[in-house]
Design a binder for this molecule. Structure first.
Ligand SMILES: Cc1cc2nc3c(=O)[nH]c(=O)nc-3n(C[C@H](O)[C@H](O)[C@H](O)COP(=O)(O)OP(=O)(O)OC[C@H]3O[C@@H](n4cnc5c(N)ncnc54)[C@H](O)[C@@H]3O)c2cc1C
Length: 373
């Protein structure tokens, strides 16, 4: 199959540069107040609820959402700038970024009105944390092999099964999860999954943190035993979560956070190498900066697509794939949730600006030079 991708060049408008200055000033104040240290990598399990509320108070959560739900009706490009500045500064965004980036948009699209009126304003105030319940012990990249079952009962559904690698489940108020409501059909193995809003306080949900070798606890196993989900917590079409989950993943993969999570490694490398690098170091840094620049152009372009009301379900994962080590970039199946495997730009040796294979035809239209920002 040949997929023609298009990344139109986008220039960030003047209001974005004004906003960038405001965000930088806010972050400088937070750093001065000791909220976080931009030179130290954020511990993956850093939770900063008060910082989250202050970001909400500045109007930087739910930026693109309707005002009636607490949003600010600003552009995806403005939101892009806020995300970019937060990431480059190593700000502790864990509590709010999933809710702001993808759970809120899913609720906006599929939740009943009373749930939108209840939860969306709280996301905008930086008060709630969301987790993503997709991966299961035997269903990672192959998301649509998910087995955690939702069975009909009076007034709702009973959930049984296990999710795994669920980031932030230990601090989350809600999870948006996919559960199996019917078996897959012979014709369509993507059939039979349904998306649910899960209140993490529901009896029958047990969160088991998964310790990492670093001593951090970021992701979890989440076990459901007859956990009751009311009917109004079904999001969208019963048995039809495939399309919803892929468009949710487009939000997940469209932002700059994936490749900027490791930006500090590049700045530290530049600092360590010093002002008079040898030829190999200079060439290596130049290559990394060129790759970073390319990813940024693609990412801004995807933000432009979101602003234009498009769903970049192909371009966003492709941009995300480019932020992975080259060895893992070749055969990610469409609809895969395997997008958390790091953004180790420094591990790659080269990245072509234009690549054409039998499976992929990528046309990056990088026609104009970027504005410095
Ligand atoms: C830090 C972190 C946070 C995460 N947070 C969440 C979360 O909040 N919620 C959530 O649901 N999940 C989360 N995940 C899980 C993640 O998104 C993936 O689902 C999971 O890492 C992949 O599943 P797996 O580990 O079973 O690997 P597998 O699916 O078994 O894949 C193993 C390897 O095989 C490759 N592979 C798999 N299928 C194919 C194929 N068809 N063709 C070629 N190669 C293939 C993969 O690329 C990978 O290299 C997180 C993961 C990490 C590392």
């Amino acid at each position: 199959m040949t997929a023609a991708l298009r990344f139109d060049p986008i220039r960030l408008p003047p209001e974005c540069e004004k906003l960038r200055k405001e965000v930088r000033a806010f972050l400088a104040d937070e750093i001065a107040a000791g909220t976080f240290d931009p030179h130290k990598p954020n511990r993956e399990d850093t939770d900063a609820p008060e910082f989250s509320r202050r970001v909400g108070a500045r109007g930087w959560l739910g930026m693109t959402w309707p005002k009636k739900y607490g949003g600010h009706e600003r552009s995806f490009l403005e939101r892009y700038v806020v995300t970019e500045e937060m990431r480059v500064a190593n700000a502790p965004t864990r509590r709010f970024f999933v809710a702001d980036r993808q759970s809120g948009p899913v609720l906006l699209k599929y939740a009943p009105e009373h749930i939108k009126m209840d939860i969306l304003p709280r996301i905008c105030r930086g008060e709630v944390c969301f987790a993503i319940g997709m991966s299961e012990p035997n269903s990672g990249s192959d998301l649509f092999a998910a087995k955690t079952k939702a069975t009909r009962t009076d007034g709702g559904w009973l959930i049984n099964g296990t999710k795994i690698w669920t980031s932030s489940a230990h601090i989350a108020d809600y999870m948006i999860a996919i559960f199996r409501t019917s078996p897959p059909t012979k014709e369509n193995r993507r059939h039979g999954l349904t998306q649910f809003l899960v209140d993490m306080k529901t009896p029958g949900i047990k969160v088991n943190p998964i310790g990492q070798i670093t001593g951090q606890f970021e992701f979890n196993e989440v076990v459901f035993t007859d956990a009751f989900m009311p009917d109004d917590h079904v999001l969208g079409e019963i048995d039809g979560a495939w399309k919803q989950a892929t468009s949710e993943l487009a939000y997940e993969r469209s932002g700059p956070e994936r490749f900027l999570e490791t930006y500090y490694v590049l700045t530290e490398l530049v600092r360590a190498v010093g002002s008079k690098p040898d030829t190999r170091s200079a060439e290596g840094i130049g290559r990394l900066v060129a790759q970073l620049h390319t990813m940024r152009r693609m990412s801004v372009s995807v933000a432009g697509m979101l602003q234009a009301g498009k769903e970049p379900v192909v371009e966003a994962p492709e941009r995300s794939r480019w932020s992975k080590p080259r060895s893992s970039r070749t055969s990610a199946p469409s609809g895969s949730s395997n997008c958390h495997t790091g953004c180790a730009i420094w591990r790659r040796s080269s990245m072509p600006m234009r690549r054409t294979t039998k499976r992929w035809k990528i046309s990056c239209r990088l026609r104009s030079r970027p504005r410095p920002s």
